[in-house]
Design a protein. Structure first.
Length: 240
């Protein structure tokens, strides 16, 4: 488990491909690997990877399967790229963000960047299947960083987060560009609630759905609109 508080930015030092497997050699900042052992877990942009070899006082190797390369951003990394890293949380560790498993659910696309004074706003375009788990004021893990969701637009398919200067300093977000893919892990408690409610609605209303859909079509309403979450207003503190 991880806390969602990025501890450092590491660098991809080497990449080796074998049949069905890619090995990343990662260079960490001084002191990051103290006590690190083979078999330990380290989150790389939110993806939990296992140490397979210690290659130096501040470096280690990690093997990644083809499936992980395909469903995360790791497949697009090259030598020299920066990556957010966090070591696995120890028993009794302070949870400064929210509990993160290190299992990425999907990737989003950085759709826009705004820079109000002393703030940095990132907007992410999200697949519809993932957006149903995103709610204003809720948590989401973005490239391994626990962030609070500021605003969600379900019709246009995006959500925004606001970053303070310290978050930019400690992560790779400041170097990201519009169009970049980003790893997203949804908050598990939210997933359980959403999926449980959806399952219960299906169980109770399943036989009535054809009639409900016909009723909605007659009035120009999508059935999904009947159960859509109520939007939470977002206050813009930069406005008078």
């Amino acid at each position: 488990m991880f806390t969602g508080i990025v501890q450092a930015v590491a660098k991809v030092a080497a990449i080796t491909d074998r049949a069905g497997l890619r090995t990343f050699g990662i260079e960490f900042p001084e002191g990051f690997t103290e006590g690190l052992a083979i078999g330990a877990s380290v989150a790389h942009d939110g993806v939990c990877l296992t140490v397979t070899r210690l290659t130096g006082p501040n470096s280690a190797e990690f093997d990644v399967m083809q499936q992980s390369l395909a469903i995360t951003t790791l497949g697009g990394f090259g030598v020299g790229d920066g990556i957010n890293v966090e070591r696995a949380a120890k028993d009794g560790a302070e949870i400064g963000g929210h509990p993160i498993s290190g299992h990425v659910d999907f990737t989003a696309t950085l759709a826009a960047i705004r820079q109000p004074e002393n703030n940095y706003v990132l907007r992410f375009a999200v697949p519809p299947a993932g957006l149903k788990y995103i709610f204003p004021k809720g948590y989401v893990a973005v490239n391994g960083a626990s962030l609070t969701i500021a605003e969600v637009n379900r019709e246009e398919g995006w959500f925004e987060v606001w970053l303070i200067p310290e978050t930019l300093r400690m992560t790779t977000f400041g170097s990201k560009k519009v169009g970049d893919r980003i790893n997203i892990e949804i908050e598990r408690g939210t997933q359980v609630v959403v999926d449980t409610i959806a399952s219960e609605i299906e169980r109770r209303l399943g036989p009535l759905l054809p009639a409900l859909e016909a009723f909605a079509r007659e009035r120009g309403i999508a059935v999904g609109d009947l159960t859509a979450p109520i939007a939470t207003p977002v206050i813009d503190f930069n406005k008078g």
